[in-house]
Write a protein of this length. Structure first.
Length: 161
């Protein structure tokens, strides 16, 4: 067991969440041999100043976002898409050394897909999901509409200092 004093603070805990606003940020870049993975912080709400995204809406954003990304023209680059534990956003992991500008259009297209989605939520059946009933499409659309407007208006790509 490691001693707390010997452990380095993880990068996401060094970001000042009191100044963090909705945006699309490069959280980290990891390399293992030839593989390079860029992790993006898709910050949907302002931490500690706005309520976090409610669980059913965030679950719907996860299902729809992952479905869109895994079917997009860039599907071979997608490693993972899912919610942050604090519920203020999602992480998008992509193969390659990428910048927020490199994935901006993809994220905007994903948001538009969610906003315009109608019908049954993909993967929201008992045999497909461990918590299939906890979905809220209308509230997911609300959060993603706000996020997309903020993303297009402000284009925040750099963490605050």
């Amino acid at each position: 067991m490691q001693n707390k004093a010997d452990m380095q603070k993880i990068a996401s805990f060094t970001v000042n969440h009191l100044k963090l606003l909705p945006g699309l940020y490069l959280s980290r870049v990891d390399e293992q041999g030839e593989a390079v993975v860029s992790t993006f912080d898709m910050r949907i709400t302002a931490p500690n100043r706005e309520p976090p995204v409610d669980v059913p809406a965030l679950h719907t954003i996860e299902h729809l976002g992952a479905t869109f990304l895994r079917n997009s023209a860039r599907k071979s680059e997608v490693v993972y898409f899912g919610p942050m534990g604090c519920r203020t956003g999602c992480y998008l992991l992509m193969f390659g050394r990428l910048s927020p500008e490199d994935v901006y259009e993809l994220v905007c297209d994903m948001c538009s897909f969610i906003i315009n989605f109608e019908g049954d939520i993909p993967g929201a059946r008992a045999e497909e999901c461990g918590n299939w009933r906890e979905q809220n499409l209308d509230t997911a659309k609300y959060y993603i509409s706000r996020y997309l407007t903020e993303l297009k208006d402000a284009k925040r790509f750099t963490y605050p200092v």
